[in-house]
Design a protein around this ligand. Structure first.
Ligand code: ADP
Ligand code: MG
Length: 224
């Protein structure tokens, strides 16, 4: 089973004055199939933590390991490949490519390893069915509602069967009912795929749907 193990991660950013300590000794451990919500006020370091867990940024101190492997020892090319295979990202503003159709957007992660294979296309089709968009695969993102776009982003994040799925405010722009259905889809797919899911959120409902809740307070994770 997959294990994510985060030990004493610290991160600060330089400023004109004292450095800004955003994360201090953040530790957590999650296994495949488990989910965690991370809450905290704006500016508390939630996105910074998610970026480090997804290897888009590096910790100043501490370690992040997936199945005992430290991705930060890899060179940039290896790290990009590792991230593509192991991590799925879901952002608040979905980051879909406007000129690509729904299914092409879902297939984007497969392009990093060459052309989309028949397996990738089958997987994308299956995921679009799972998120309730099988009738919309040829549409452009501009032809979809906010909730539908977020569902496409969820399908895209899961295409490569990542062990770790990271979501930054996935329901932040959605009305309550749409947010509930997007949360349900995300949770179902995460459990089916036995992935680890970490959700940064302001939504009490989304946080309540996760197995565990933690809050970032002064750069430290405390039970929420
Ligand atoms: P949150 O997602 O909880 O709103 P962030 O992780 O985005 O918080 O930011 C935490 C703090 O770190 C903020 O004060 C922000 O301005 C600062 N910060 C984030 N990224 C950088 C950066 N690349 N350089 C300097 N400061 C940053
Ligand atoms: Mg943020």
């Amino acid at each position: 089973m997959t294990i994510l193990s985060v030990e004493n991660v610290s991160k600060s950013f330089p400023t004109a004055g004292e450095p800004l300590d955003v994360l201090r000794d953040v530790s957590l451990e999650l296994a495949g199939g488990q989910s965690m919500a991370i809450v905290g006020p704006s500016g508390s370091g939630k996105s910074t933590l998610l970026q480090i867990l997804g290897t888009l940024d590096r910790p100043d101190d501490g370690s992040v390991k997936l199945d005992g492997e430290d991705p930060f020892v890899l060179d940039d090319t290896q790290l990009a490949h590792w991230r593509n295979q192991r991590v799925g990202f879901i952002f608040q503003d979905h980051h879909l490519l406007p000129q690509l159709s729904v299914i092409e957007n879902v297939l984007v992660p497969s392009l990093a390893v060459g052309r989309a294979s028949a397996d990738h296309i089958a997987r994308a089709t299956e995921l679009l069915q799972a998120v309730g968009l099988s009738q919309r695969t040829g549409h452009l993102p501009s032809e979809l509602s906010g909730g539908e776009r977020e569902r496409v982003a969820i399908a895209r994040a899961l295409l490569m069967r990542p062990a770790l799925v990271l979501a930054d405010e996935p329901t932040g722009n959605l009305d309550r009912r749409t947010a509930e259905s997007v949360t349900a889809v995300l949770q179902t797919l995460q459990k089916e795929n036995d992935a680890i899911l970490i959700c940064v959120t302001h939504s009490g409902a989304l946080a309540a749907a996760m197995d565990q809740r933690q809050e970032l307070v002064d750069g430290r994770l405390v039970a929420g």
